[in-house]
Design a protein around this ligand. Structure first.
Ligand SMILES: [Zn+2]
Length: 262
């Protein structure tokens, strides 16, 4: 009897349990749907409210990649060649060099011819330094002045028994082949311009041991020219200095163009 009563009670309570279960289940799905809906809304709001800078950061690498090819290329500047050096003999001091009875002075010729040669060479695109006889750039101890070519300009004494010009390089040269080439180029062009003979017999120690040749960079191609004799070439030296300057300029120009001038 006790067992039957219990079974009856169980029979009676089953629909109730089923209904409660269904209620809990429906509540569960309702809550779950609410959570899903909430999460969806939150994600939509989050995306919509994403800060603009965050959006902007995304394409940055793309911009960088695009800009790379347009970056300014490194330009290696073309080095400017050193100037040509023309030393105007006896300039810048009290010594005027050779002088004639009529007052024609060596220093006036060397200074004027150097200035005219500078104009000619600069018109051909070169830069030119004009140096005084004992210019501060010259130093036997430093030897740090290194023009691309060096030419000292002098004039011989006021005599009439000798004629012609002379060009020489240092006797003890560190760069004899280039010094010889410069000497030949200046000599050939100067002879062509002035029609003067080369006065070879009187190249002196004063020329081959000229102080300035040992006061510039040892590798600098260098020479010294005696433009002529103040006596014998009086008219040429006094009145035709453009001719003298042209001869010098043509010679240096040929040398710098790499000609052998033989
Ligand atoms: Zn002199």
């Amino acid at each position: 009897m006790g067992i039957e009563r219990l079974s009856d009670l169980e029979e009676e309570s089953r629909p109730l349990i089923r209904r409660r279960a269904l209620e809990w289940l429906s509540h569960f799905f309702l809550i779950a749907a609410g959570v899903v809906l909430f999460a969806t809304l939150v994600s939509i709001v989050f995306v919509a409210r994403r800060p603009p800078e965050v959006v902007a950061m995304v394409p940055a690498p793309i911009q960088t990649l695009i800009q790379l090819p347009t970056a300014t290329p490194t330009i290696t500047p073309t080095p400017v060649p050193p100037p040509i050096a023309l030393l105007a003999g006896h300039s810048g001091g009290a010594d005027t060099g050779a002088i004639c009875p009529d007052g024609l002075r060596e220093v006036d010729i060397t200074t004027d011819v150097a200035a005219r040669a500078k104009v000619i060479l600069e018109s051909r695109g070169y830069r030119v330094d004009i140096l005084a006889e004992f210019d501060q750039r010259l130093s036997a101890t430093r030897r740090d002045y290194s023009p691309r070519a060096f030419l000292a300009i002098h004039v011989d004494s006021c005599i009439y028994y000798a004629s012609g010009y002379k060009v020489a390089r240092a006797e003890f040269s560190a760069n004899p082949e280039e010094d010889d080439r410069l000497t030949h180029c200046v000599s050939t062009a100067y002879a062509a311009a002035t029609q003067l003979p080369f006065h070879a017999g009187s190249i002196t120690r004063d020329m081959t041991h000229y102080h300035a040749l040992n006061e510039i960079d040892a590798q600098t191609p260098a020479a010294i020219i005696e433009l002529g004799f103040l006596g014998s070439e009086h008219d040429l030296l006094k009145n035709k200095r453009d001719v003298l300057a042209t001869g010098i300029s043509d010679g240096i120009d040929s040398f710098l163009r790499g000609m052998t001038c033989q």
